[in-house]
Design a protein around this ligand. Sequence first.
Ligand SMILES: Cc1cc2nc3c(=O)[nH]c(=O)nc-3n(C[C@H](O)[C@H](O)[C@H](O)COP(=O)(O)OP(=O)(O)OC[C@H]3O[C@@H](n4cnc5c(N)ncnc54)[C@H](O)[C@@H]3O)c2cc1C
Length: 382
Amino acid sequence: MRLFERFETPRPLGSGLMLQPTGLAVLEALGLYPEIAALGSRVDRLIGTDARSGRVVLDVGYRPLGREVHAVAVHRAALFNVLHDAVVAAGLPIRTGFTIEALERSGGKQWLRASQGLEGPFDLVVDALGSASPLKVDAKVPSRARPLTFGAIWGTVPWVDRGFRRDALMQRYRKASVMIGVLPVGRQRRDGPELAAFFWSLKPESFETLQAAGIDSWRSQVLEHWPETAPHLQAIRGFEEMTLARYAHHTLQVPAGEGIAFIGDSAHATSPQLGQGANMALLDAAALAGALAEAGSIDDALGEYARLRRWHVRLYQLLSLTLTPFYQSDGQVLPLVRDVLVSAIARVPPVPWLLAAMVSGQLLSPLKALQLETESLREVAV
Ligand SMILES: Cc1cc2nc3c(=O)[nH]c(=O)nc-3n(C[C@H](O)[C@H](O)[C@H](O)COP(=O)(O)OP(=O)(O)OC[C@H]3O[C@@H](n4cnc5c(N)ncnc54)[C@H](O)[C@@H]3O)c2cc1C
């Protein structure tokens, strides 16, 4: 087995992300949960406030699923380091500086063509190259990623207690055209400072204009909507400290092809509004590993992998596509529905439970299918 990576030195990209109970269960099965929990920050709720009225229009907690059910927000570097250390400890060889361009097949085997040469033969290639993977054309039914209208700029800032809850992802909205978020992400290293991820939603093509207007002009815009973010903004000295993230949506009908399996964003990518992407990638990996361990042949394993993930992936892709415009769009109606109707219904049982199940990634019980339920997650009778 071998791992290939385009970067010369493997490294994380971007700021923070939320590990849901689904992703955490996979990390627990790998023996990596204690380290992630020690580095990350426990998140119990998501709170969204209307910037103009100060009214809370979204308040979703994990508590309806059980006392111990929660998410862990992490800095990407923390997750990357924990996974990378595990790969190194397992003795898995990593070839870096290898930019994969295509899959080649001959005699029932697979080769990887890169700008740096050809590697193979392999019985099975697992494509975890993300949403822009050049290997997606080798899927049984290829799909092309569709760019989404909105993206965001993300940065890492020091954690600030005043005005923010340590146990929550906090967001502020003005209709759906403005969305600002602050997520406590814990530490990159055990002895490092506490950090938060800070994001500002925008259309990627408007980033140039924003940069041209200068960082102070952007700071004033943010402060107008959320004055308590002043310490975060002070820590961002220039736009070079923010990463522009473009979002795209695609779902492979079958996450496999001849001698190839697709996991994570190469199989299905979407906007991060529901915070599921990395968790789905971990579930895919667990499903594929389980199928390979049980099945008699690679073909059977790929069929079983596709079966195990089919409905969970489809449901969450659909939910994400449907819900994103309520938070990121130019329209007036959807944010109004969100702020008036949805925020009222969200308090009526069993809606709090359903929302918690949705946000935690557990609709359709993906962990039961993979036999990954832990004691605390067993409380969830989804
Ligand atoms: C701003 C933002 C916030 C997000 N927040 C969340 C969140 O809160 N929770 C959550 O679960 N998900 C979140 N996501 C989604 C999550 O980041 C992705 O779903 C996840 O990273 C997918 O993992 P992956 O391994 O499939 O792909 P990637 O993370 O894209 O990794 C692909 C890897 O392949 C390498 N690579 C790419 N192309 C090549 C090539 N041609 N040759 C060799 N190597 C290559 C890359 O260098 C990289 O190491 C967020 C995404 C964004 C953009």
